[in-house]
Design a protein around this ligand. Structure first.
Ligand code: PEP
Length: 245
């Protein structure tokens, strides 16, 4: 047993519209989600469109600069001003599409923490790394880049999202056993530095979570909730995932 409070975060990616905001707010307003911290991470232009939510908001990225001449970028202070409490950092799509390195992700985690935004810090391996037996080294390196930057104590305020890349948007969910194995590894890896922090750190699973598989995944002892892509665009399915946490 543990006293970690579950989190379910929806990552809309570059999807959604004003109508979806209304649908989600209406559906959730009648739901009892008091047992879970629910977060919705819409595209930046839509952050200001939420005004009647009983859930938290998050951004999908921040610039590693604080402000200035960086066209097309979004500052951490702007997310704060738009009522975000969370920010997704190091998502595999940004690592791939925007060449975000472990070091750059660590810089962004540091900046988010300095502004009291909770990073949803994403890690996870491509399929060939898993098949070649380098899974745990790969995951450890992603975590160590952040530990080296901000220190282990900062993991009091960081949420980790384990998202195996082969499971993202593919419908190919990790089995509950596969998820648990890596979540337990992550916790053990943190525990080498500080066992209390390892025990309290919230670790989410992401990768083709749906209403139909959420209960089984979330029942694993080291899986504390989920980061939800595709299914977060369907309000009913997203709610059933939140209720499963
Ligand atoms: C994600 O992008 O964070 C994700 C988990 O996507 P999906 O649920 O669609 O696999």
């Amino acid at each position: 047993t543990n006293n970690r409070r579950p989190i379910v975060a929806g990552n809309w990616k570059m999807n959604g519209n004003l109508a979806l905001i209304k649908q989600v707010e209406e559906l959730f307003s009648d739901a009892d989600i008091s047992h879970v911290d629910v977060v919705v991470c819409p595209p930046f232009p839509y952050l200001g469109g939420f005004n009647d939510s009983n859930f938290a908001l998050g951004g999908q990225n921040i610039s590693h600069y604080e402000s200035g001449a960086h066209t097309g970028e979004t500052a951490v202070s702007m997310l704060k001003e738009m009522n975000c409490q969370y920010v997704i950092l190091g998502h595999s799509e940004r690592r791939a599409d925007n060449n975000e390195s472990n070091e750059l992700v660590a810089d962004k985690v540091e900046l988010a923490l300095a502004h009291k935004l909770i990073p949803l810090f994403c890690i996870g391996e491509p399929e060939d790394i898993r098949e070649s037996g380098q899974l745990f080294d790969f995951i450890a390196a992603q975590i160590d880049a952040v530990i080296n930057k901000v220190g282990i104590a900062a993991f009091n305020d960081i949420v980790i999202a384990y998202e195996p890349i082969w499971a993202i948007g593919t419908g190919k969910t990790a089995s509950p056993e596969q998820a648990q194995e890596v979540h337990a590894f992550i916790r053990q890896h943190l525990a080498k530095q500080d066992s209390n922090i390892a025990n309290q750190c919230v670790i989410l699973y992401g990768g083709s979570v749906k209403g139909s598989n959420a209960v089984e995944l979330f029942s694993q002892p080291d899986v504390d909730g989920g980061l939800i892509g595709g299914a977060s665009l369907n309000p009913e399915d997203f709610l059933s995932i939140c209720l499963a946490a």
